[in-house]
Design a protein around this ligand. Structure first.
Ligand code: CAA
Length: 286
């Protein structure tokens, strides 16, 4: 199952982000090898990608042949050791540094000698994760945005030891799948989440304090700021557990009270009201 012929890559983690990353690379002609420790996650990923491709065909945005070829290029690999060797591996597993460190140690040998090992982390230090590998110069943050097939941005995050060559090649890889990469340095939350999460947190404080109903807070931000969706609906899309994780990183690593996660956000996560993925967050998705 080596991907040495033609363009290939592997993505580890078939959750919201991993499946989106798999789809965009497959659509751009890469043979994609996708692994998740949970077999049901891979099945659900393949099913969702099929549905999205079918929708694109129905809307006349893609030919049926291209959709079928895209699907054929996505290979689900139940056993990680069968993933093969690839010039690019993107790690998109749960936002837990211990889990990522352990995984990176075991997959670094699956990247070709001059290949790139990337993480889709939204807030964990790239420099810290790079130190778990023996190739920190060829380790980088490749931060995609949800929904991955739609959002153009890839935040390309340079760790302390990432080489210029790795940055250049990662930018070219992102462009090869139609994305618009933007480079930044390794600081807590990078740029996107450092700016976005305080806004979402403030919207949750406003809800907690009864400033307005959830729908009104979102309408005000949509209509007044021209945002495509309001901050509470966006938090539901991202996942409230993910928002809490990122705010905790910002709060701890930047050491300022303005990043303190809103107690209502903590309660929602404790109640497993995590947003769209559990069908209940600030809104109900039944
Ligand atoms: N997966 C794939 N495609 C999707 C999708 C999904 N989950 N949701 C919507 N789309 C596609 C639709 O198929 C549609 O495609 P076409 O134009 O080709 O027909 C297009 O997106 C627009 O969808 P809709 O018409 O259904 O709805 P919309 O116009 O309201 O757009 C949206 C939906 C794209 C999600 C839009 O509301 C939006 O851009 N929201 C903001 C998203 C955002 O800010 N994302 C960043 C989150 S932060 C993050 O991800 C990083 C992190 O670390 C937390």
């Amino acid at each position: 199952m080596s991907g040495s012929q033609g363009k290939s890559m592997a993505v580890i983690g078939a959750g919201t982000m991993g499946r989106g990353i798999a789809q965009v690379f497959a659509q751009s002609g890469y043979e994609v090898y996708m692994h998740d420790t949970v077999p049901a996650a891979m099945e659900s990923a393949a099913g969702q990608i099929e549905k999205l491709l079918k929708r694109a065909v129905d809307k006349g945005k893609m030919s049926a042949d291209d959709a079928a070829a895209t699907q054929r290029r996505i290979h689900t690999v139940p056993n990680l050791s069968n993933i093969g060797r690839h010039p690019l591996i993107v790690e998109a597993v749960i936002e837990n540094p211990d889990v990522k460190v352990e995984l990176l140690g075991s997959i670094q040998s699956m990247v070709t000698d001059d290949g790139i090992l990337a993480t889709n982390t939204s807030s964990i230090s790239i420099t810290q994760l790079a130190a778990a590998t023996d190739r920190p110069d060829r380790f980088i943050g490749m931060h995609f945005f949800n929904p991955v097939p739609v959002m153009k941005l890839v935040e390309v995050v340079r760790g302390l030891q990432t080489s210029d060559e790795t940055v250049k090649r990662t930018i070219a890889l992102a462009e090869s799948v139609g994305k618009s990469p933007v480079e930044c340095n390794d600081h807590p939350g990078f740029v996107a989440n450092r700016v976005l999460m305080p806004m979402i947190n403030e919207a949750i404080f406003a809800l907690q304090e009864g400033v307005a109903r959830a729908e009104a807070i979102d309408d005000i931000m949509k209509l007044g700021m021209n945002h495509p969706m309001g901050p509470l609906a966006l938090a539901d899309l991202i996942g409230l557990d993910v928002c809490l994780d990122i705010l905790q990183v910002l709060h701890r690593d930047l050491g300022e009270d303005r990043y303190r996660p809103c107690p209502l956000l903590r309660k929602m996560v404790q109640a497993r009201r995590l947003g769209r993925k559990t069908k209940q967050g600030f809104y109900c998705y039944e």
